[in-house]
Structure formats: C-alpha cells, structure tokens
Design a protein around this ligand. Structure first.
Ligand SMILES: Cc1ncc(COP(=O)(O)O)c(C=O)c1O
Length: 349
C-alpha cells in the first residue's frame, strides 16, 4: 500500500495551514466580533455578511447520504477543476514530476499541469478511443505522481472498461484520479465503492452536469481521509461560497428532478443518434455514455461555422488529437435537437 504522506511534496509535510476565524471558534454565540465581517448588515441577503462554513459540513452530510460515503471521504471544490489543480499542486514537484493523461481527454488536466510546471506524459487512446492499460503502466516511470483517467471520457463520450481502470489502480503504485463528471448519464456504476479497496484512488464528480448547477461551481472529490485532509490543508479557506452551499443544499432535495432530467436526456440521446445517422455527411457518431456525442462529419469546421450562422453552437474538436473532422454536440431538448437537425439539412441525406 502507498503511503500518502511520503508522496506529498516535502515542503507541505509540515505546512501550517491558514487558520480562519471559523476554524478557531466553531460553537454558537451571541456576538461574533472575530472575523471582521460587516456588523451592520449586508447589501444582499443578511446571512451573506458572515463567512461560510470552511468545511461545508452540512452540505457534505447530505452528499454523503446520497453517495453512501462518510464525510471524511469528501472534498468539495470550486468546480471539479479545483481539486484537479490542488492534487497536482500537492503531489507533483514542478520541474521534476509528471502526470499521465490519456488523450483525447478533458483539457484541464494538461492545463493545470502546465500552470504548475509539471510534465505531461501522454498515452493516447486507440483510434476507437480505447485505453490500453498496459501502455499506461509502461509509461509509469518513477517521476509520475498522478494518472488521470476520465470515464465517461470527454470529448469522446465512451467509458473505460472497469477491469482496465482497476488494473491501473491496483498495479500503478501511483495516485489515480478517475474523473466521473458524466457518470450520472452512464449505464455503468460509479467506482466510489472501490475507494475502500484502494487508498490511491480519487474519484471526481460534479454538480455541473446531471444536477444542472454549472453556475454554482461545485465539484466533488472522493478519496481516503488522508488525501481529503491534504486538500483541506492547501485549499483557500472559504473555497465554496455561502450562496453555493445554500443553493446546493436546496437543490439536493430535488434528486427526483435530476433523475427526471437524466431520463429525458437519455431519450433525446437516442433520438438525436438516429437523426444524426440520417445525414450523409456524418461519417461516424461515437457511442456515448455521456450527455453529448462526438460526431465525425465531412468538413467539420465549415459545418461548425454554418451552424453558427443558424445560431446553433456546437464545439469544434477538429484540432484535438485523433478527433480530426469531429464536432462535439451536447444533447439538447427535443426542440433544440430539432433545430440542430434542421440546420444540418442543407448537407443532404
Ligand atoms: C470530464 C470533465 N471533468 C471535469 C469538468 C469540470 O467540471 P466542473 O464544472 O465541476 O469544474 C468537466 C467540464 O466540462 C469535464 O468535462
């Protein structure tokens, strides 16, 4: 088993974290004069004059119930982009350490590594976007500290075989971040239940997709308590603002609505797939476990520009490795998908 403290960057092993007013006093009192807040009121809702709970205990408790996991296994970030950056900062020494990514995949792993001056080792997926765990393990030299896997993967939409993920997690002797941003749309289960078996596994999820809360910026990292403690130690003190905590607590009560939206999306995903197949310029629609399709289409960039003329915006991924002539199209509502298909009619059937 890996010893987490040994792989932490040396200068962080004895870090004294910032101690906020809310760290130093957690009980209830009548008069709070400890945080230099505005004693006279707020220009918005009155409760917003107070700093929020730095560890979001109430919100984590609700999330823990939904995910069936203790709050000591949960870190909340300003989007899941925040734990991506914090993990690289905690474990990768700039200029010497490396991360492995498996392109084409979500761009922020590479951007965060670049910001932190951490080398990127790329183990590309096959032409059909399948991951080869052996190649990942071969690329895993002593300076690799984190392996990033994304399932369902963005921008390809497909999932990684669970046995391949487990093979990497169990053999690599490295931290493995499994990004499950799109898991709620997938027919496969989350690997959260594997956390008890693997101390080196970190799972990322987000409220930005199935829950429809992208604007709140709320991401989740699930991992063993030692890793959660490290993220808590280096995060900005109040990284999840009070409005987000409050709105998310209310939104979580709408789990039924979330499930209903997922169901609607799955239906529309089927319809959109059939419609896309009818367009002769569409060369391939890659299978998707997510709320989008990667679509290979003749002259993708021109199609992208034409769609903009029709006021329909999709993502041109043509310049991403292995994604030549590919557009990434989010599954919209019935009306939005009709408009998209209408706008593609000029291509002929
Ligand atoms: C795979 C993947 N991970 C993470 C994120 C970031 O999510 P968040 O909004 O929680 O920062 C995205 C956003 O599109 C994504 O596609």
């Amino acid at each position: 088993m890996m010893e987490i403290n040994k792989i932490l960057r040396p200068h962080l092993r004895n870090l004294t974290p910032y101690s906020s007013a809310r760290d130093e006093f957690q009980g209830t009192a009548e008069v709070y004069l400890d945080a230099n807040e505005n004693a006279f009121g707020s220009t918005a809702k009155d409760t917003y004059r107070r700093y929020p709970d730095p560890y979001q205990i109430e919100l984590k408790s609700r999330i823990g119930e939904i995910k069936d996991i203790g709050i000591e296994h949960i870190f909340l970030g300003n989007g899941s982009d925040e734990p991506i950056d914090l993990l690289i900062r905690a474990f990768c020494n700039p200029g010497t350490d490396k991360i492995i990514i498996t392109p084409p995949t979500y761009g922020m792993y590479e951007v965060s590594a670049n910001i932190n001056n951490v080398e990127i080792v790329k183990v590309g997926l096959s032409e059909d976007f399948v991951l080869d765990p052996q190649r990942v393990l071969e690329a895993n030299d002593p300076n690799v500290k984190i392996i990033f896997l994304c399932s369902p993967n963005n921008p390809t939409g497909n999932s990684i075989d669970i046995k391949d993920i487990i093979e990497i997690v169990s053999k690599a002797q490295r931290l493995v971040v499994l990004d499950e941003a799109y898991i709620d749309f997938s027919s496969r289960d989350s690997l959260i239940h594997e956390l008890k078996n693997f101390k080196n596994l970190i799972i990322l999820q987000t409220f930005s997709k199935a829950w429809g809360l992208a604007a709140l910026r709320l991401g989740m990292a699930f991992a063993n308590p030692e890793i959660i403690g490290i993220l808590n130690m280096i995060k900005p003190p109040y990284n999840i603002n009070g409005a987000t905590q409050e709105l998310a607590l209310n939104a979580i009560k709408n789990k039924e609505k979330m499930l209903g939206m997922v169901k609607d999306m799955l239906e529309q995903r089927k319809v959109l797939l059939l419609e896309l197949f009818k367009i002769s310029a569409v060369k391939k629609v890659y299978p998707s476990d997510a709320n989008f399709f990667l679509v290979k289409i003749n002259n993708a960039h021109e199609v992208y520009l034409k769609l903009i003329d029709s006021k329909v915006i999709v993502r041109d991924r043509s310049n991403v490795e292995l994604c030549g002539d590919c557009l990434r199209i989010t599954v919209g509502t019935k009306e939005e998908n009709l408009k998209l298909i209408e706008s593609l009619k000029y291509l002929g059937r």
